[in-house]
Design a protein around this ligand. Structure first.
Ligand SMILES: [Zn+2]
Ligand SMILES: [Zn+2]
Length: 183
């Protein structure tokens, strides 16, 4: 008898084992789920990134229907759910866009990115760059993802220094070198 009262311990193995990892798009192929699944969680600390990604995975993520007020500039510029500061303010202040604490932030989620995060020298330089230049640099890095960081670190540092020192002219030159799209 499988429905025996008071006997909660299972004597037989679970009939249907979970063979594959949980996938939230298995029964839901809606555009909204697709869009939410494609969200890249950036500019937050690791802990907040984990929280938001958990919400996405288990379909607890609720996108904002209209922009929220940023706690820094007071404008309605926060477009991402669970964030308390807008992107420009987050970048200016270097705080986590979700919890508002000053921690190491996840800036973009590429493999190189995590490698960069681990290199203190590059990390420091990257932090000192204005947002626009940082993005240019990250695009450059994304393009050179195949090359191991250890081999071209010298090169990377040089680029970063040059990018930091030079004005827009160099930046444009640099952009065309590493990416064809102009943002
Ligand atoms: Zn703001
Ligand atoms: Zn945080």
């Amino acid at each position: 008898m499988s429905t025996q009262k008071g006997n909660s311990s299972r004597s037989r193995p679970q009939k249907h084992q979970n063979r594959t990892a949980f996938k939230n798009s298995l029964h839901d192929t809606s555009q909204k789920t697709k869009e939410i699944n494609a969200i890249q969680v950036n500019n937050v600390c690791q802990r907040c990134k984990d929280i938001i990604e958990w919400k996405i995975k288990y379909k607890k993520y609720k996108p904002l229907t209209q922009p929220k007020k940023c706690v820094k500039c007071g404008e309605k510029t926060v477009k991402k759910a669970y964030h308390i500061v807008c992107d420009p303010c987050g970048q200016k202040t270097g705080i986590c866009a979700k919890c508002g604490q000053r921690k190491d932030l996840i800036i973009a989620s590429t493999v190189q990115q995590s490698m960069l995060q681990q290199d203190p020298e590059i990390k420091e330089l990257l932090k000192s760059l204005p947002e626009r230049k940082r993005r240019t640099f990250l695009r450059f890095m994304a393009k050179n993802e195949k090359e191991p960081l250890s081999e071209n670190k010298e090169e990377i540092l040089k680029k970063l220094e040059a990018l930091k020192m030079d004005g827009e002219e160099h930046l444009e030159e640099f952009s065309s070198e590493c990416s064809s799209d102009n943002e």
